[in-house]
Design a protein around this ligand. Structure first.
Ligand SMILES: [Fe+2]
Ligand SMILES: [Fe+2]
Length: 156
């Protein structure tokens, strides 16, 4: 069985500044306001994905008006609400910082989150879920590696 191994990018020192202040540390906001906005952007992002998925079901079942409603609302969640809140907390910073943050996130998913989920699913007898989590862990490792390559190329 393959094992997810993401070379410890942090330990290699290939991600300068990794672990430094994240989007939630945008200057000029009360800490609670920042925390709320960070929670809100995640909710808006999820709503965007959710409404796209719901819209696909509406389209599949021939409910064109409902499909359109979900698509329009998904657009608002992403390009109005998410965008405005992201700007408020400086969610997007720079290519280097964005790649560093993304590497750390994908690495966590690949080496901690999905392997843990997979083990727990297997222990509970949910074999299909365990296999899915394991497969996705490999994808996330690939994402981390691709982002790292992009970061290295950017910085040479
Ligand atoms: Fe919203
Ligand atoms: Fe990913």
């Amino acid at each position: 069985m393959r094992t997810v191994t993401v070379v410890s990018i942090m330990a290699m020192g290939a991600v300068p500044g990794a672990g430094a202040a994240g989007p939630a540390q945008a200057a000029g906001l009360d800490p609670q306001t920042r925390a709320n906005a960070s929670t809100a952007v995640e909710g808006e992002a999820f709503a965007h994905a959710k409404y796209l998925a719901y819209g696909e079901e509406a389209a599949r079942t021939g409910e064109r008006r409902i499909a359109r409603l979900f698509a329009d609302t998904a657009w608002t969640e992403r390009y109005d609400h998410f965008a405005a809140e992201a700007k408020l907390i400086h969610f997007v910073r720079s290519n280097v910082a964005d790649l560093q943050e993304s590497i750390a996130g994908e690495e966590h998913e690949a080496t901690v989150m999905y392997p843990t989920f997979s083990r727990q699913a297997a222990a509970a007898g949910d074999r299909r879920a365990a296999a899915l989590f394991r497969e996705i862990a490999f994808d996330e490792a690939d994402h981390a590696a691709a982002f790292l390559r992009a970061l290295v190329e950017l910085e040479v």
